[in-house]
Design a protein around this ligand. Structure first.
Ligand code: ATP
Length: 329
């Protein structure tokens, strides 16, 4: 049985003159998955999203949406909708009219579009706020209206460009959970752009890590974290000790290995490190260590008795937790 992909990129590039915003990207986004595009600023995430939406055309390669060629199909016929970071609501219109606006442009009769707007508002838990002027809403409420405005079109793919970027941390975490729940309940494909690794790891079924217009790795959050493909991915997704594989006891000297700080532990039978720094973080303590010419970071449970800077600590790790990486392209 072959499963249809919601979105397929084959060798897709989008160059702007000399700038390779997106460069020979292959990517398959499965139907019904929560897919994050993660990467630093300028790595090509937004351009990839705009290519899916149809606001940009590839300069090379091929895009399919639900198995059909996307080139030449205008944005409004693609069955995808975008939630932008700046919500661009009409402040003078009420919430319901904001949500129904796209349907009005499409010529949907009034009674029907009002009903659809109220339905979408209920989905984002704003039922009852339909008559409020959009200019009077809080940041979190505006975010929900923007979401409702996309959902009212019943897209098969929802594209979200840093939709939580404008929210404070607490609201952001709450909306992360709600978005995830909403995606599960609706069963539609969400493609989510973020530069926040925690957000990508905690929300997504799979993550694509972008750098300089290329995808460095696609995988589940656990695969990306546990088995980063390259040094870039290991550094960008969580903090990691990037050390020679032979030093880690896991491979040849000419390869880099990733060892997560939480995988280093005190080990009386281990190697003798010097503590260079010590930060108490509540549940855990973060240690800077110097071991045989290498600087390491370790995260240890605060419950352990941990010596002070300048003192030594015998440490070890399970070599099964060491991941040997491919060279960065
Ligand atoms: P951010 O997180 O900052 O939004 P991003 O990963 O989404 O970054 P893109 O917006 O896709 O990155 O941009 C990738 C590169 O392409 C950047 O160097 C950007 O300056 C360039 N770029 C994007 N759009 C255009 C354009 N219309 N004309 C010229 N260069 C562009």
């Amino acid at each position: 049985m072959t499963m249809t992909n919601a979105v397929t990129f084959r060798g897709v590039s989008r160059h702007f003159g000399p700038v390779r915003a997106v460069d020979a990207v292959d990517m398959e986004i499965r139907e019904g998955e929560f897919f994050a595009m993660l990467g630093p600023s300028g790595s090509g995430k937004t351009t990839s999203l705009r290519l899916i939406a149809g606001f940009e055309q590839p300069t090379a390669g091929h895009i399919e949406i639900f198995g059909e060629t996307a080139e030449g199909v205008p944005p409004y016929r693609r069955n995808v909708n975008t939630v932008f970071q700046n919500y661009a609501l009409f402040p003078h219109l009420n919430v319901r009219d904001n949500v129904a606006f796209g349907l009005r442009v499409k010529g949907v009769p009034k009674a029907e579009r009002m009903r659809a707007a109220d339905e979408a508002l209920a989905l984002v838990e704003l039922a009852g706020l339909g008559d409020r002027r959009a200019g009077m809403l809080s940041g979190g409420q505006r975010q929900r209206v923007a979401l409702a405005r996309a959902l009212v079109n019943k897209p098969r793919v929802l594209l979200l460009d840093e939709p939580l970027g404008a929210l404070d941390l607490k609201l952001r975490e709450q909306m992360q959970e709600e978005l995830r729940k909403l995606q599960r309940a609706l069963g539609i494909t969400f493609v989510f752009v973020t530069h926040d690794q925690d957000e990508a790891l905690s929300m997504s079924d799979r993550v694509a890590v972008f750098a300089e217009g290329r995808i460095r790795q696609i995988g589940t959050p656990e695969e990306i974290y546990r088995r980063p493909a390259t040094r870039f991915v290991a550094d960008f997704v969580g903090s990691s000790n990037v050390i020679p594989a032979d030093f880690a006891g896991a491979g040849p000297a000419d390869r880099w290995a990733s060892l997560r700080p939480e995988d280093i532990r005190p080990d009386p039978a281990g190697r003798n490190a010097t503590i260079t720094s010590r930060a108490f973080l509540g549940r855990v303590v973060r240690l800077g260590l110097h071991l045989e010419g290498q600087d390491l970071t370790a995260i240890l449970p605060a419950a352990d008795t941990i010596p002070m800077p300048g003192e030594s600590l015998s440490i070890g790790w399970d070599t099964a937790r060491v991941h040997v990486m491919e060279p960065d392209a």
